[in-house]
Design a protein around this ligand. Structure first.
Ligand SMILES: [Zn+2]
Length: 211
């Protein structure tokens, strides 16, 4: 009873009056359960800033995110996937996070460039210490996208560093634009995964030197 109510399904009396076929019941249960969990996820996303880069409206129940379906069965790719997942779910710790976790005792300033708080946007789009790796890994992303959507649309869509961060972290946020232009989103996902991994490696090297 409670389960039927939870998923907003017909109650036992309604079912007794009109018993659905096995197929229609299965379809209805899948749909109702999917809607239920999607709603919960959406509410959670609004409340949890850690999920702010994820394209929750693109998630389909029972279907893994493109970030997982495009993973190659190699140790290197799995490593890249782990870093990407941590960044997507904001469990990748940067100086700005340490600042919050230490109740503001640790300074949030980036230890590599000392220019501003080190959050994901700073690391991926701005940090001057990582500019070489960024150039090497972001250019293929920009080239891939502009090849399909054109320079003008690129400038209109990715007009600031927040939008660029969103693109790198979860490119499915822009599926509505990419679909029209027949952009191969799987290729784009692999490029962003590569960028996140290489930026992470360069950062680790620099942090270890400065420690
Ligand atoms: Zn920096």
């Amino acid at each position: 009873m409670e389960t039927l109510q939870l998923y907003n399904l017909p109650n036992i009396w309604e079912l007794q009056c009109s018993l659905p076929t096995k197929y229609s019941w299965k379809t209805l249960v899948n749909l109702k359960m999917s809607n239920h969990w999607k709603n919960i996820l959406q509410i959670d996303t609004i409340q949890k800033t850690s999920l702010k880069y994820l394209a929750i409206n693109q998630i389909k129940n029972g279907k893994p995110h493109i970030s997982y379906t495009t993973l190659q069965p190699t140790i290197l790719d799995v490593r890249k996937g782990i870093i990407k997942s941590r960044m997507m779910t904001r469990t990748y710790t940067l100086q700005a996070d340490r600042h919050k976790f230490s109740r503001y005792e640790i300074a949030p300033t980036c230890q590599m460039c000392n220019q501003e708080p080190e959050d994901l946007t700073h690391m991926l789009t701005t940090c001057s210490a990582l500019s070489e790796t960024r150039k090497e890994t972001f250019n293929p992303i920009k080239n891939h996208v502009t090849k399909f959507i054109g320079e003008r649309k690129w400038k209109e869509t990715f007009f600031d560093r927040h939008q660029i961060t969103v693109l790198i972290i979860d490119c499915t946020n822009f599926s509505y634009i990419f679909r029209e232009s027949k952009l191969k989103i799987e290729e784009l996902e692999m490029l962003t995964r590569d960028m996140c991994y290489k930026m992470h490696n360069s950062r680790l090297k620099l942090i270890n030197i400065s420690v």
